[in-house]
Write a new protein. Structure first.
Length: 129
């Protein structure tokens, strides 16, 4: 994996409308080559922003990747599920044995086939972080 790095500045703008007096909106420009590499276009521009500790990760939204890692505990990893009809809007708890079986990458989402063998519980009534 090759890591490219660029310095950037966050753009702060005042928000209008019914927002509070001191409300601000933030934006950041991305290098066009990076956007092209993700195959993002004006018609296909949906991305996922993920905050992991002190890092912000931008991912292209991919269909079929409905299990999103949200926390890592001592004995388990919790994924949030967007899988329609099966685990929709629930948290899936997976054994840490998954770490020994596959390389866990918290910057990507997973399919049901990838995590199903490791599921040890389902938490209901939870919402996405």
């Amino acid at each position: 994996m090759i890591i490219e790095e660029r310095k950037a500045r966050i753009i702060f703008n005042r928000v209008g409308g019914n927002a509070g007096k001191n409300s601000l909106n933030t934006k950041i420009s991305l290098p066009k080559s990076w956007v092209d590499n993700l195959e993002l276009t004006p018609d296909n521009r949906e991305v996922i922003l993920r905050k992991l500790n002190n890092r912000i990760i931008l991912l292209k939204k991919e269909s079929g990747k409905e299990f999103i890692p949200v926390s890592v505990g001592k004995d388990s990893i919790t994924f949030f599920s967007e899988h329609p009809n099966i685990f929709e809007n629930k948290r899936i708890v997976v054994s840490v044995k998954i770490l020994n079986q596959m390389e866990l990458d918290l910057t990507r989402d997973y399919t049901l086939a990838e995590i199903e063998p490791y599921i040890i519980g389902v938490k209901t009534g939870s919402t996405r972080l």
